[in-house]
Design a protein around this ligand. Structure first.
Ligand code: GAL
Length: 430
């Protein structure tokens, strides 16, 4: 059965700033609204089903061992990349009814919550628990605003990964172990697949996966510096390389399934797993989906950095917060301690496909894919994911998502580029 999700109708975190400052909303650094009862902890994520729930369950198992007296209350809301969860969370925060901790991406998305005074400063939690040096500075920088640290990372994911069905490539005489050099070479291979009878060379799912695919093409065509410049304005969206990227994107969409919109990411990844499609560009949470379906890395499937992005790690990280007014703040801190512990990170990341945020993790504890990702993270140029809250604030991402949604149906490249120019101007506050 295909998993369907509700389309994103404009994520509302940005609206938080307008939500007013009712009780418990008195600003950065105010005390959490705990009742003194810490017998339970309500944790909000979008890891509600399938392989993502397996990851959450692995974390909860460690939490239950470490804190047997605290009941874990699962407040997950289904929909990949938080496509439904972020709106649900925004409503709860607006009503001053926060969970005890919620999932948020490191980077610009976190800034949205911080600016809306929704998060407690966790700097002293870091000091008390010896966490200040536990995470790489590239990550801690993205969790810090004005010298204060606002969340605890559970993992690091990579968003520029192509998942490849080796047997399907064989049909067109393609060697899955060799990644095409760039977008043009990859598109040429897809055309060979099509000619060999593979109806869907590339699989895509709903809107945010279409944005994630576009982000990969931008990275391939602009390079790491050009891509990163899009988010601080040093690269303009009317750049000729963006026009090239839109052209490549249009060719990719012409080689992809057309029924993705409204389908959650596992639908597209499963198409590669079952051999309906040759390729899927997906973050490395896809590894858990392949594992769950009993597929073997290196035999049934392989991965490469998206052609043209070799040497760059398109980064995102999940992290957990202590919201202002959390009902059970001490229990929330217990949860944050589990997440940041070596044991919690190992259990979670082994199940999730991501790599641990802690720098003291033992590479040998992880299977081949993650060992490769750890190597890449340590030596590649790191850039921030657009689709997963690292690069831009949520209102900007919402504008990009609607522009891409419109493009996927009308294929008007000029209108897309104009809309991206406008989104950048607005996003940078110019
Ligand atoms: C990302 C998140 C990942 C994974 C993915 C698909 O935004 O960081 O952990 O859950 O969405 O839902």
């Amino acid at each position: 059965m295909r998993r369907t999700i509700t389309a994103v109708a404009g994520i509302a975190i940005a609206g938080l700033a307008l939500a007013g400052c009712a009780s418990g909303d008195s600003g950065k650094g105010s005390a959490s609204g705990g009742s003194g009862d810490n017998s339970q902890v309500e944790i909000f994520t979008w890891w509600a089903s399938g392989s993502e729930k397996v990851g959450l369950d692995a974390l909860v198992k460690v939490f239950n061992e470490q804190y047997p007296d605290v009941k874990f209350v699962n407040a997950s809301v289904a929909g990949g990349a938080g496509s439904n969860a972020k709106n649900a969370l925004a409503s709860r925060l607006k009503a001053n009814n926060p969970p005890d901790s919620f999932q948020a991406h490191a980077g610009a998305e976190l800034t949205d919550y911080i600016e809306a005074n929704k998060l407690e400063d966790l700097s002293s939690f870091y000091k008390d628990n010896g966490l200040t040096d536990a995470f790489p500075s590239t990550l801690v920088d993205r969790l810090t605003v004005d010298g204060k640290i606002y969340s605890v990372p559970s993992n690091i994911h990579r968003a520029n990964v192509v998942w490849v069905n080796t047997a399907v490539l064989k049909k067109a005489g393609l060697d899955a172990t060799k990644a095409p050099a760039d977008m043009d070479a990859w598109i040429a291979d897809m055309k060979k697949l099509k000619a060999a009878g593979v109806a869907t060379p590339l699989s895509v799912a709903t809107d945010w996966t279409q944005v994630q695919l576009f982000e990969n093409v931008l990275l391939a065509d602009l390079g790491a510096d050009g891509y990163s410049g899009l988010w601080d304005g040093t690269t303009k969206f009317d750049d000729a390389k963006v026009t090239t990227a839109i052209d490549h994107y249009s060719q990719l969409l012409a080689l992809a399934n057309t029924d993705g919109t409204g389908q959650d990411w596992p639908v597209a990844t499963d198409m590669v797993i079952d051999g309906t499609a040759a390729y899927n560009v997906m973050g490395d949470w896809a590894l858990a989906e392949f594992d769950g379906k009993g597929k073997t890395y290196g035999t049934d499937f392989t991965t490469w950095p998206t052609p043209g992005t070799e040497g760059t790690f398109d980064f995102l990280a999940d992290s957990f917060t202590l919201p202002v007014g959390a009902p059970h703040p001490e229990a929330a801190k217990d949860w944050l301690k589990t997440i940041s512990s070596a044991e919690g990170q190992k259990a979670f990341n082994l199940a999730k496909g991501s790599i641990p945020a802690r720098t003291d993790a033992n590479k040998a504890d992880y299977p081949a894919y993650q060992q490769g990702a750890m190597d890449s993270f340590s030596k590649d140029t790191i850039v921030s994911s657009l689709a997963h809250g690292a690069a831009v604030k949520v209102s900007w991402l919402t504008d990009v998502t609607s522009a891409i949604g419109k493009y996927v149906s009308d294929k008007d490249g000029k209108a897309l580029q104009d809309a991206l120019v406008q989104a950048q101007t607005k996003g940078l506050g110019k």
